[in-house]
Structure formats: structure tokens, C-alpha cells
Design a protein around this ligand. Structure first.
Ligand SMILES: Cc1cc2nc3c(=O)[nH]c(=O)nc-3n(C[C@H](O)[C@H](O)[C@H](O)COP(=O)(O)O)c2cc1C
Length: 332
């Protein structure tokens, strides 16, 4: 695959960013994606803040470096408490890039730049894309509502080209619903310089979450996810307005999606129910964060195989179309 402005910016061979999935994109996944020529990331944020988290992050960064000398990044949910402390670790460790989501990236961009670190800012609206560009971001990840985990309301197909137009000449990375080479080829045709994939890597050998969650993603169809506020409200996750979570539908979403007003009054009981579900690995209540691209995923595979296959498939798609266009009737 020819280089893109994203591969040039990050010094990578393949235009695939592994999404910084909170607490589950850890050193093994980041290292595997980067070693395969993509851009691996560590998802630094967790919903339950503990004081040892900066030490955990430092150890994760160093663990990636023991496996590969290829560049990688660290991602942060800026609306979570103590994002500042975690960003400080990543800057001190001189990772290649910070991935900044769900908050104002401006305070972090100058510090990163001064340390020679790139900033990739994930956004859900055009206004946020413009603001991130104005604040000095090096690339914009335009995230559509198909995405797994936390996301907004705009669809990837229209949001990505609109973001490309709005922030040109900054590179845009397409996120949300991209799980195979057809998605990468389409994203490039939309004007993106690469893709940012989460759900596909949930179903990877190196993803840190439990095997049962991976298997459920591999078994799910496009119709099996839902965008909901139910988990965020029950667990009191501090995300900005307009952001909800896309998960695999289950008994909990069947019971609570759309009943937001009631959740606050039942919070203690619901939190206990969700904690028990996590302990018992009970998929009826436990959240499996995943996007509609789950319907394109049929097996849990090594991350390196995913990176290489997605690029090879995209190359075949683009070549096939190039050949068709070349063979078509000529004007004049
Ligand atoms: C399990 C999971 C956890 C995620 N955690 C984070 C996170 O901590 N920070 C973040 O910016 N995005 C997070 N996301 C969203 C991703 O960054 C990305 O936008 C999304 O995965 C792209 O869509 P896709 O899942 O269809 O590939 C997460 C996504 C998933 C599936």
C-alpha cells in the first residue's frame, strides 16, 4: 500500500491505528499492532481511578518497548479524573503520540508538541474537529456512531469526508464500523489517510479482556449492538453530553435502555447488579463494548494477522476498482 499522510506523520508502514481501548488495549496488543506496521496504542484510562495508575501506565509503555522499537501511542479519556497525571507519564516517557478523546485537547497539545510528541484527537462533530485543528492537533480521528465503546451520533460515511473538508490539510483518520479491508479502502476513498479500529481488535488474541467477550463479538451480527446511556448512567461514567456507549444488546439494555430517568433512583441496586455480572462473567448484564462492525468479524485472531489482512484486502479492493475504471469508456 502506498504511504499516506498518516503513515508519514507517525513513521509507520500500514495506515491502521489500534484504538486506545480503556484498560484492554494494553502492551501486548499495542506491541503486536506496531510490530506489524500499524500504530498500536495503550488505552490508559479506566473508570475506577486508583493511585497506582501512573505506575501501571509507565510499566505498560516500557513493556511495549521490550517487544518492539516501532512507534506507538497512549490514549486518554479526558473527561475522566486525573487524565492529567496519566498524560504526564506518557509525555515523560516520550511516546510517539497521544490520542485525546472526550474532552478539550487544547491544554495537552502544546506540552506534547514541546516534547516532540504528536497528538491525534478523536472527535464526534465537525465543530470539535475544527476546534481540535485550531488547537494544533496533528491529526483528527473522525468517529462515527457505528463505533464500539463511547461515541456520538453522526454516521462514519458522511462525517469522515465532511471532517476531511473542514480540517484540510490535516490528516483525518476514519473510526467507527471499519473491521475489514473493504472498510479501509472505503475510508481512503472518503479522503481519510487511515483507519482507527477498535472492535476488530477486541476479537484478537492480544486484547486484554476476557475470552467470553471476544467470543461474543466474533459471534455477533451487525444487528446486535445498541447505542445507549444505560451503562453510563448506572455506573456514573463521566462522559460529555451527546456521548453514549455502543454495546452488544443484552438483558440489561433490553431492560434499561430508554428508561434513563429511572436509572438514577435505582443506581445503588444497578451498580451492585453490574458488579456481580462482572464477577460472574454474566453476559446478560455485563457490558461488551462493541460496534456494528462486529458483524464483519468471525474469529478471534492474532492482531498482526488482522493488520496485514486488512491492508491486503484493501489493496485488492482498490486495484479491482482501478482496473474497472481504467477499462471503462473514455470521454472524447
Ligand atoms: C472495547 C472498547 C473500548 C474503547 N475504549 C476507548 C477509550 O478508552 N478511549 C477512546 O478514546 N475510545 C475508546 N473506544 C472507541 C475507539 O477509540 C474507537 O473510536 C472505536 O473502537 C472505533 O470503532 P470500531 O469499534 O467500529 O472499530 C473503545 C472502543 C471499544 C470497542
Amino acid at each position: 500500500m502506498p504511504s499516506t499522510r498518516l503513515t508519514e506523520l507517525l513513521g509507520i508502514d500500514r495506515p491502521i491505528v489500534g484504538a486506545p481501548m480503556a484498560g484492554t488495549a494494553t502492551a501486548p496488543l499495542a506491541a503486536a499492532i506496531s510490530a506489524a506496521g500499524g500504530f498500536g496504542t495503550i488505552g490508559a484510562s479506566t473508570s475506577r481511578w486508583t493511585a497506582d495508575r501512573p505506575d501501571w501506565l509507565r510499566a505498560q509503555i516500557r513493556a511495549v518497548r521490550r517487544v518492539t522499537d516501532r512507534p506507538f501511542g497512549v490514549g486518554f479519556i479526558l473527561s475522566y479524573p486525573n487524565a492529567d497525571d496519566l498524560v504526564a507519564v506518557a509525555i515523560a516517557e516520550r511516546v510517539a503520540a497521544l490520542c485525546l478523546s472526550f474532552g478539550d485537547p487544547a491544554p495537552f497539545i502544546a506540552d506534547a508538541r514541546a516534547a516532540g510528541i504528536k497528538t491525534l484527537v478523536q472527535v464526534q462533530t465537525l465543530a470539535q474537529a475544527r476546534a481540535a485543528a485550531a488547537a494544533g492537533a496533528d491529526a483528527i480521528a473522525a468517529q462515527g456512531a457505528e463505533a464500539g465503546g463511547h461515541t456520538g451520533a453522526l454516521g462514519t460515511l458522511s462525517f469522515v469526508p465532511a471532517a476531511v473538508d473542514a480540517v484540510s490539510p490535516l490528516p483525518v483518520i476514519a473510526a467507527g464500523g471499519i473491521a475489514d479491508g473493504r472498510g479501509l479502502a472505503a475510508a481512503l476513498m472518503l479522503g481519510a489517510e487511515g483507519v482507527w479500529m477498535g472492535t476488530r481488535f477486541v476479537a484478537s488474541v492480544e486484547w486484554e479482556g476476557e475470552a467470553w467477550r471476544k467470543d461474543r463479538v466474533a459471534a455477533a451480527s451487525t444487528d446486535d449492538t445498541i447505542w445507549t446511556l444505560a451503562y453510563d448512567l448506572a455506573s456514573e461514567l463521566p462522559f460529555p453530553d451527546g456521548i453514549g456507549g455502543r454495546v452488544l444488546r443484552n438483558a440489561f439494555t433490553d431492560a434499561w435502555h430508554g428508561r434513563e430517568a429511572e436509572i438514577a433512583g435505582r443506581r445503588v441496586e444497578l451498580q451492585r447488579q453490574l458488579e456481580t455480572a462482572e464477577t460472574d462473567a454474566d453476559p446478560r448484564d455485563a457490558a461488551v463494548w462493541a460496534g456494528s462492525g462486529a458483524g464483519l468479524i468471525h474469529a478471534v485472531e492474532p492482531a498482526a494477522d488482522i493488520v496485514r489482512r486488512v491492508v491486503a484486502e484493501a489493496e485488492r479492493c482498490l486495484a479491482r476498482w482501478g482496473a474497472r475504471v481504467g477499462a471503462g469508456p473514455k470521454d472524447g
